[in-house]
Design a protein. Structure first.
Length: 94
């Protein structure tokens, strides 16, 4: 995700409270130098959903694009730009 062509996005990384300390510290160190990245510790998936709901309610945006990636997933450097281009609000109706 760090090598994305477009950097206009927010990358929330939810990690379990039981994640090994060295893994957590490595992610936290990475987030210090990479603005879109935010590391969040959660106890369970329901806590993640509550946190996402809180974030969305606080933001002043007309739309959101969410995706779920696991730690073994890989994405192309144009992943974000492609999604943002295809999912422009004027291109779809609810």
């Amino acid at each position: 995700m760090i090598n994305q062509v477009v950097q206009d996005y927010r990358w929330l990384v939810f990690i379990d409270n039981d994640t090994m300390k060295d893994h957590r510290l490595a992610l936290e160190e990475l987030s210090k130098n990479y603005d879109p990245l935010e590391i969040l510790l959660v106890a369970h998936e329901e806590e993640m959903v509550l946190y996402l709901d809180m974030i969305i309610r606080k933001q002043n945006s007309s739309h959101y694009i969410l995706s779920r990636l696991d730690n073994d997933d890989a994405v192309h450097e144009n992943f974000i730009s492609t999604i943002q281009r295809v999912l422009q609000p004027e291109n779809f109706k609810i």
